[in-house]
Design a protein around this ligand. Structure first.
Ligand SMILES: [Zn+2]
Length: 291
């Protein structure tokens, strides 16, 4: 999860664990210095709450796709209006009116308040009323640079997650990981396990490149799945690897591959043995291919 969100691993870990265990709070404060990163994390959490696949968010079901496009009827985004510097109490009142309704398509109604630090105290007080007695289908995600902008009564009813101040530095191999990912997918689609394993030798001395490359394989496989279901919205502009995979794997195998890579990425941070992890990836992928 959160492969494309700029945040620390510890943030990604703790939020993934909460999602998997169904333990996400009904009120979440996401704090961090970058508004875009906070917002993309919020959107991904929203998708995870709506998605009904085993590995949430799966990125390909109708809930996930609609969340990604910002058109899910149960996802509500509250932002300051263009001509204003504050999020005013009227915006919170409109939110409360929507919160009274049951969700349309999913089991949850998710409200993202972007730059929630711009809510004045009056708006925060209005919000507090639903925070106190939330209906089970509601979830609120507040993004802000720091929770210190909120009334204590808001903070005490929410779970605060910090995206972390560590900027994830651009790896010297940053561009390389995308092309390696494409190459590995091509190999998986067309060659045997031995050829694949040989190509992974480059990762033995570069743990970071390995995890970046595995992460970079995910959007390629996702694109292949979209191609197989007749879609056109590609994440990666060079579609050759996705096309090759889509032609060589059945849709079922491609879906299995996607969830395998997502699980693998999640488990990688906990993996104590780097070389074993490389071998494990290889055998997992070829198991799916030969099944
Ligand atoms: Zn999904």
């Amino acid at each position: 999860m959160f492969y494309n969100v700029r945040a620390t691993d510890s943030f990604k870990n703790s939020i993934s664990v909460a999602i998997k265990g169904g333990k996400l709070s009904h009120a979440i404060i996401l704090e961090g210095s970058d508004d875009e990163a906070r917002f993309s994390a919020a959107m991904e959490i929203a998708a995870a709450l709506m998605c009904e696949a085993e590995n949430r968010p799966c990125g390909v079901c109708s809930h996930c796709v609609k969340c990604e496009k910002g058109i899910h009827p149960d996802l509500h985004i509250v932002e300051k209006e263009a001509d204003s510097t504050m999020i005013k109490v009227d915006a919170v009142r409109r939110l409360k009116a929507k919160a009274l309704l049951f969700p349309n398509e999913s089991k949850k109604s998710v409200f993202i308040i972007r730059q929630a630090n711009l809510m004045n105290p009056q708006a925060q007080n209005a919000l507090l009323k639903i925070f106190e007695e939330p209906a089970a289908h509601l979830c609120f995600i507040l993004t802000c640079p720091s929770k210190s902008a909120f009334l204590d009564t808001i903070i005490s009813r929410a779970t605060v997650y910090s995206l972390g101040e560590e900027t994830i530095e651009e790896s010297e191999n940053g561009d390389n990981s995308a092309s390696l990912a494409a190459e590995l997918i091509m190999t998986l689609a067309g060659e045997n396990e031995f050829v694949f394993l040989k190509k992974t030798a480059v990762f033995i001395k570069d743990k970071k490149l390995f995890s970046q490359t595995v992460s970079a394989m995910i959007p390629v496989v996702r694109d292949a799945l979209v191609l197989q279901s007749g879609g056109r919205d590609m994440l990666i502009s060079d579609t050759s690897a996705a096309k090759k995979l889509a032609g060589s794997f059945t849709q079922k195998k491609t879906a299995a591959l996607l969830s395998c890579l997502q699980d693998f990425c999640d488990s990688l941070q906990l993996s104590p043995n780097h070389n074993l992890a490389i071998t494990r990836l290889c055998s997992l992928l070829y198991q799916i291919k030969s099944n």
